[in-house]
Ligand binder design. Structure first.
Ligand code: B1M
Length: 213
């Protein structure tokens, strides 16, 4: 079997040690880190999500799969993020209040750091006010919000409204992302950008900073 498919299959089976071993092997075989991420780890996690949706597997199985994802990500992290690049801008990032999903947000952080951004990662379950406080306190020009649940998406709107209420609109821009989040949602709530994956988030943040965020 193709090694990337093996990585996906191992992640689906919750074999975190084997996922790490296969990722190491794929790197030795000179697979590109981004291919390992997208066609191995994320492909496996997509299947897990679908099985969970159909109730073929349960929450503990998803948690075990997430462990496999992190085992692989730990090995890819240094290759996706180069250190020592001069800062391209400062961004405050986090998963919104009520949302504990942090794998995608962490990937966005890795890719942004790799592209030279100074990332202040507030973690998961972050209330609207903390994002805006942190941006003001640390002079960040972009706030990045991640949500994986339809029930937590409205917190993104709270952040946009708070940025406006504090008179920061235009100086602090808001980018939103996460599986249920769309360009249309970003427009509806008045966010400045939507990123559909981690690489796209980097492009969109670059454009926001270039436009004078
Ligand atoms: Co949960 N979960 N989960 N879960 N989980 C989903 C999201 C779900 C779609 C599964 C399903 O039903 N098919 C569903 C949401 C349904 C909905 O709202 N419509 C769901 C549910 C229901 C739940 C619980 C409510 C289950 C329960 O308790 N009954 C619960 C909620 C907990 C909470 O947050 N309060 C829950 C819990 C969990 C775990 C803790 C077990 C675990 C999270 C572990 C962790 O993150 N540390 C988990 C997982 C792993 C998933 C799935 C299977 C995978 C998510 C993931 O990590 N994907 C997920 C199903 C799915 O999405 N296929 C599911 C891989 C990751 C790389 O992709 O996060 O989409 P993603 O990030 C992408 C892009 O979206 C984008 O870039 C990333 C890289 O490409 N992106 C951005 C993300 N953030 C961005 C920000 C940007 C730009 C781009 O700019 C700032």
């Amino acid at each position: 079997m193709d090694i990337l498919k093996e990585i996906a299959a191992s992640l689906e089976r919750g074999e975190d040690d084997r996922v790490a071993g296969l990722v190491r092997q794929a790197l030795e075989e000179r697979c590109a880190p981004l291919d390992i991420l997208n066609r191995g780890l994320i492909a496996g996690m997509d299947v897990v999500g679908e099985q969970f949706r159909k109730r073929e597997i349960f929450l503990p199985d998803v948690l075990i799969a997430a462990r496999g994802m992190y085992a692989g990500l730990d090995l890819l992290k240094p290759l996706l993020a180069q250190e020592g690049v001069p800062s391209a801008g400062r961004i405050v990032l986090g998963s919104v209040r009520g949302d504990l999903h942090d794998i995608g947000k962490n990937l966005v952080a890795i890719m942004l750091k790799g592209a030279g951004f100074d990332v202040l990662d507030l973690g998961a379950d972050v209330p609207a006010q903390r994002f805006v406080d942190a941006a003001q306190e640390h002079g960040a020009t972009v706030i990045g919000l991640s949500a994986l649940l339809t029930t937590t998406m409205p917190v993104m709107k709270e952040v946009v409204e708070l940025v406006r209420a504090r008179g920061l609109a235009g100086r602090v821009k808001v980018i939103v992302g996460g599986a249920p989040v769309s360009e249309a949602w970003a427009r509806e709530i008045g966010a400045d950008a939507h990123g559909y994956d981690a690489a796209n988030a980097v492009e969109r943040v670059r454009a926001l900073v270039a436009a004078g965020a």
